[in-house]
Design a protein around this ligand. Structure first.
Ligand SMILES: *Cc1c(COP(=O)(O)O)cnc(C)c1O
Length: 325
């Protein structure tokens, strides 16, 4: 069951909305084995990278593409740093409509572009930034029968808010703190909305890269967050805490997740954990860290952050000399 069916009574869907799904949602909430002790809290990971195309974007995309089709759109269009494109392309293929995806030239992880190409999307590389690509998409959607499925599309936020419902249901209570990366801010707004609809009060920690334009965490490499005004309002209202993290803290958090918990996410996903390192946490509190995208999406980052494989002769002696076992 996907999010449209599971949360039909909580979403703007009706009998004429297609039940479009690739099995998104109901992702694992995994208890931390080692980092809990270091932070002095009870830490959990919401593993959004297990969604069908490997990121949380699938929740919102299922709803956005279904609503676009219900509304008579002939196709969908989006600008993307990669994961939105991979998700949009997959749900468009599933729905049987064409997808056009634009991304900044040379600034997309190869695997994400491969995902979009594999399912037959029209992939365009824009000579410009993500922000410029997004503006072109908005204009194209305004002039054509293609629906914009960036997170400016409110149905994306609706779909993504379902993750907040799941966290409460899986944990059996409202966590004290939930941390997540802040790129364009759509997901921050979605969690805030989902928790508010549940009447849940908690600390929402949104972590952005200190150097937004050039961070190694490509999924949050966005200079002008599309949801900046809403996020600022949430911060002013005391509903979101904004934390800024330098890249070395993001990559340290990424390495720690991988080597100490066995969880391989993409670097952007580790921004939430890095953000927790910069906040005061009450001892023993329940903390959920949202892991947004799969590690296999950005293996170039792995090449930068971990030692390369060593070449050895096919003998036990040579292997023992290397591993020292
Ligand atoms: C899209 C994305 C983000 C950022 O989400 P926003 O809604 O733009 O703030 C973070 N991590 C990953 C892996 C993403 O794909």
């Amino acid at each position: 069951m996907g999010v449209i069916e599971r949360y039909a009574d909580r979403l703007p869907v009706g009998p004429s909305t297609p039940l479009l799904t690739l099995g998104e949602g109901w992702t694992p909430l995994v208890r931390s084995e080692r980092l809990s002790a270091r932070l002095g809290v009870e830490l959990w990971f919401k593993c959004e990278f297990t969604n069908p195309t490997g990121s949380f974007k699938d929740r919102g995309m299922a709803v956005a593409v279904a609503k676009a089709i219900e509304g008579g759109a002939q196709g969908i269009v989006c600008a993307s740093t990669g994961n939105t494109a991979a998700s949009a392309a997959a749900y468009a293929a599933r729905a049987g409509v064409p997808a056009v995806v634009l991304h900044p030239a040379g600034a997309i992880a190869a695997a994400k572009q491969a995902q979009a190409r594999a399912v037959g999307a029209r992939v365009l590389e824009v000579r410009g930034s993500f922000d410029q690509a997004l503006r072109s998409c908005q204009e194209l959607a305004g002039r054509s029968s293609y629906a914009l499925v960036n997170s400016l599309n409110p149905h994306r936020i609706e779909g993504q808010k379902t993750a907040a419902f799941e966290v409460i249901e899986q944990l059996g209570r409202v966590p004290d703190v939930l941390a997540l990366p802040y790129g364009g801010g759509g997901n921050t707004c979605a969690y805030a909305k989902g928790f508010a609809e549940e009447g849940a009060r908690l600390r929402l920690v949104a972590a952005q890269a200190a150097e937004r334009a050039v961070t190694l965490a490509s999924a949050i490499r966005i200079s002008e967050p599309a949801h900046l005004d809403e996020v600022e309002e949430l911060v002013a209202a005391g509903r979101v805490e904004l934390v800024t993290v330098p890249d070395d803290e993001i990559t340290d958090a990424w390495l720690e997740l991988a080597s100490r918990e066995g969880i391989f996410c993409e670097p952007s996903s580790a921004a939430g954990l890095a953000g927790l390192g910069r906040t005061e946490l009450d001892a023993g509190s329940t903390v959920v860290c949202v892991l947004t995208g799969h590690g296999l999406k950005d293996t170039a980052a792995v090449d930068v952050l971990t030692p390369a494989a060593t070449v050895v002769e096919p003998t036990v002696e040579a292997i023992l000399a290397e591993v020292g076992a």
